[in-house]
Design a protein. Structure first.
Lengths: 402, 162
């Protein structure tokens, strides 16, 4: 057993490339082609309104979450955000979860995710507890397995690392998550691949008025509000220059007078997106910030489509993708995303919009329900419920309940 | 703009939610997503025909690039196709297609699997020129309309050559 003093963080077991440390700029991380990486299971317990909660999305390339306000749709995205932050190297527990997130203070909060990569099953479990007298939560349990075989297990501070021909025990600060710290060999190591995939999960709740198109770095990790769109756009093109043709292809269908998008430097290390439109009457160049809210959403959609095409098998959770769109655009917007993710990855949307809801089938629509603020969220596939007549009509009548 | 009105395009007018969901899954498989637009459900096959007559005939007369698919339940009625066709002006006959399940989509799903699989199968048949799904007992009565659809819509809107 390797002895490590209490409260210290051990050095990585294997060398880690400098570019993979820190979550800010990951454009130079080259991941081998990921194929069939999709969530088979997401289990959350004792996190806000999610108690003993399992999201039934296995085998679905696209899923719609519907339910009344407060039913837990956004909370699911918050749970995924916590996992994504771990994938983006946030290890401090206090930056991931707060005591107020606990439903029951005396019970551990638990997140379990099971995903598939090229036929291999990756399972990651993290549980937090809130002992008496503590100011913040600490890690109670952590585990990462591939095809059922543990890569490492952890009980509070004690980590047990297992690999073919290598085994080690060490202690870790109980206020730190191990996954960002226990790096193994890059590129072909399952833990490395899993963490990179986790960090690239797209969780989107865009606020177009805050998206200006300016950037001073590039990234493959848009934030939830997509305020770093310019950096994401640049990061994707730096990593996969051919992604531009995908972006261009989609946007020219939506905005036929689009000529091009440019991201010129405007300072020593800054860029600012501009969009040029042209037709027989002439041309006009607009700063990205001057686009309408809906047009900015088209841009985000185009980059999502291009990112999924470039990296294969992204998971994209988009909270109300229909926001800001004209009524006649909603269906096409949703269908473009559903179609793109058919060939790999997973698209998860929430919506209250009739046009968006109608673009999913009852086989990939999940109804979230919560009787009151004192009770947890339940999830049932729509095809297991008895809905009389038109779904939207039943939703308006309040007749869709598990 | 939403669907491209300046290219041949097709509007699908479904009778009810079940038909819409089937159409959705078909739509998901075509090459030119934006040249097909699914319309809100009409709530009944009679309403489909009324809506077509009262709203869409005039629009189609103004727009020669527009095609329409009326998606109705046949409810086992042998004369339903004739009743529907009687409401279509002769000048538009080549651009309007009346399709649907012999009984209703819920029974087709019970017999053949999910809407996703059925919609995928219907689209694949159109793409490959096969008849595996369209040849199922609850769909085979569509053969005449399907042949016209294959002639007019498949090469221009649904699966144009790259």
């Amino acid at each position: 057993m390797e002895a490590v003093s209490w409260g210290t963080v051990p050095s990585p077991v294997f060398p880690v490339p400098v570019s993979s440390q820190g979550g800010g700029n990951s454009s130079h991380l080259r991941i081998p082609c990921i194929i069939s990486f999709v969530i088979r299971r997401l289990y959350v317990h004792n996190f806000r309104c999610l108690e003993n909660f399992e999201l039934p999305i296995s085998g679905r390339s696209s899923t719609l979450l519907i339910g009344k306000n407060g039913s837990g749709k956004t909370t699911i995205s918050l749970a995924l955000q916590i996992l994504r932050k771990i994938g983006q190297d946030t290890s401090r527990v206090g930056e991931l979860v707060k005591p107020k997130d606990l439903t029951h203070k005396s019970v551990p909060m638990r997140f379990e995710i099971e995903v598939e990569l090229e036929g291999k099953i990756y399972e990651y479990t993290i549980a937090f507890e809130y002992p008496e007298g503590f100011k913040e939560l600490r890690v109670f349990e952590e585990k990462f397995t591939v095809d059922g075989a543990p890569v490492y297990t952890r009980n509070v501070a004690q980590v047990h690392l297992l690999r073919t021909g290598q085994e080690a025990d060490f202690l870790i600060d109980w206020h730190s998550v191990a996954l960002p710290i226990v790096h193994l060999r890059p590129t072909d190591d399952p833990l490395f691949l899993f963490k990179l995939w986790l960090g690239r999960m797209l969780i989107l709740r865009p606020i177009p008025s805050l998206i200006l198109g300016d950037s001073d770095q590039d990234t493959l990790q848009p934030n939830t509000q997509v305020t770093n769109f310019g950096a994401w756009f640049q990061g994707l093109l730096t990593d996969s220059p051919s992604a531009y043709s995908k972006i261009d292809e989609y946007l020219k269908q939506v905005m036929p007078d689009l000529k091009n998008i440019k991201n010129p430097t405007v300072g020593k290390e800054s860029r600012s997106l501009v969009v040029e439109f042209s037709n027989v009457q002439g041309s006009v160049t607009l700063p990205f910030a001057d686009l309408s809210d809906g047009e900015k959403c088209f841009m985000i959609c185009a980059v999502v489509l291009a990112a999924n095409s470039a990296f294969s098998q992204l998971v994209c959770f988009w909270d109300e993708p229909d926001n800001f769109l004209a009524l006649d655009e909603v269906g096409h917007f949703v269908m473009a995303l559903r179609q793109a993710f058919q060939s790999g990855g997973q698209f998860i949307a929430t919506s209250h919009n009739p046009e968006a809801i109608r673009r999913f089938s009852d086989e990939n629509t999940i109804v979230l329900y919560r009787k009151s603020h004192l009770e947890p969220t339940t999830a049932r596939p729509l095809n297991e419920l008895q809905v009389n007549g038109d779904l939207v009509g039943a939703l308006i009548r309040g007749d869709v309940e598990p | 703009m939403s669907f491209n009105k300046y290219l041949p395009h097709v509007l699908v007018l479904p009778e009810d939610d079940a038909n819409l969901r089937l159409a959705n899954e078909f739509h998901l498989q075509i090459n030119q997503l934006r040249q097909m637009q699914l319309l809100p459900v009409a709530e009944g096959w009679v309403n489909v025909l009324d809506l077509f007559e009262n709203v869409h005939v005039r629009e189609m007369e103004r727009d020669p690039l527009r095609f329409m698919i009326l998606l109705i339940d046949f409810d086992g009625a042998a004369n339903r196709l004739q009743l529907a066709k009687a409401r279509i002006p002769q000048a538009l006959m080549d651009r309007v297609f009346v399709l649907g399940v012999w009984s209703e989509p819920e029974r087709l799903r019970a017999a053949e699997g999910s809407y996703k699989d059925i919609g995928f199968g219907m689209a694949e048949d159109c793409r490959r020129g096969t008849n595996e799904t369209w040849g199922k007992p609850l769909l085979q009565h569509n053969a005449g309309e399907l042949a016209r659809l294959r002639q007019h819509l498949v090469p221009t809107i649904l699966f144009p050559p790259p």
